[in-house]
Design a protein around this ligand. Structure first.
Ligand SMILES: CC(C)(COP(=O)(O)OP(=O)(O)OC[C@H]1O[C@@H](n2cnc3c(N)ncnc32)[C@H](O)[C@@H]1OP(=O)(O)O)[C@@H](O)C(=O)NCCC(=O)NCCS
Length: 235
């Protein structure tokens, strides 16, 4: 059994304690966001990821330093890693939801989306295979809900591989949105149904979220909420 812990948070306030947890590279990224809400989402993701990493590694958030180099261009905007640690993390943010998923090393990908957005036809035909499109309900609200279920599952898969949007979304066929999340067919060499586990998550009303773990074992997923300043024990 592989354990996967998911922690949710609302955007935290940029207190001096929170900002002190950012290293110089992270401070630069924080400062480069023009919108205050983007800054808060980024800050929350990094503070929560450091808190979760410290909790699992028996350390303190101040002592966690991420390598976030991008596999494509080496800039520090790639997935976060703690070099040498038996830990895999994935961060996602949308609207007022920030999430971090953690395993003891099995590659993990988390995605949360604001599902109040529209799912227009061009987005649907960009992301869904023909077989998946045929499973969508015909009414607009049901269609959008099902689309964002597919989208978060696919983005979680892409993030678990570390290849992000370089994965072809249409090369993956998933179970229909009203069925338990499963990868059925993969045209991507980095993803195989036998070694891929997917779960839908509950990030609250108006949001869709999913997590993917690359393992052949069963996965035990727990979801909890975090408040800044609180310990992760007993919450
Ligand atoms: C990863 C990706 C799917 C994120 O999508 P998104 O919906 O905009 O954002 P989310 O909030 O869900 O995720 C953001 C987190 O994804 C993580 N991430 C970045 N690149 C990643 C990758 N290749 N694989 C997995 N996770 C990645 C980061 O931890 C980031 O958190 P941060 O803001 O604290 O750095 C998208 O950015 C992507 O495909 N990136 C790779 C390709 C690319 O465009 N590279 C940039 C040019 S070299």
């Amino acid at each position: 059994m592989t354990d996967c812990a998911v922690w949710w948070s609302e955007p935290i306030t940029a207190t001096s304690d929170a900002l002190a947890l950012l290293d110089p590279t992270e401070k630069e990224r924080y400062g480069a966001y023009r919108r205050h809400e983007d800054q808060r989402r980024f800050l929350t993701g990094r503070v929560l990821a450091k808190t979760v990493a410290a909790h699992r590694l028996g350390s303190t958030p101040e002592n966690i330093h991420f390598d976030a180099s991008c596999p494509d261009c080496d800039k520090p905007h790639g997935p976060v890693r703690v070099p040498g640690a038996a830990l895999a993390l994935s961060i996602s943010h949308a609207g007022d939801r920030i999430g971090v998923a953690a395993t003891s090393g099995a590659p993990v990908g988390l995605d949360v989306e604001d599902a109040s957005r529209n799912a227009d036809d061009s987005l649907i035909s960009y992301a869904l295979s023909e077989a998946e499109q045929r499973t969508l309900p015909t009414d607009a609200a049901g269609r959008a809900r099902a689309f964002f279920t597919f989208w978060t599952r696919k983005e979680a898969l892409m993030k678990a591989t570390g290849r992000g949007l370089r994965i072809s979304l249409k090369a993956l066929t998933l179970s229909s949105a009203d069925a338990p999340a499963r990868l059925l067919v993969s045209g991507e060499t980095t993803l195989s149904p036998d070694t891929t586990r997917l779960r839908d998550l509950d990030a609250g009303p108006g949001y869709r979220a999913a997590v993917a773990v690359l393992t052949s074992e069963n996965v035990d997923v727990t979801e909890r909420w975090w408040r800044p300043g609180a310990s992760l024990d007993g919450q």
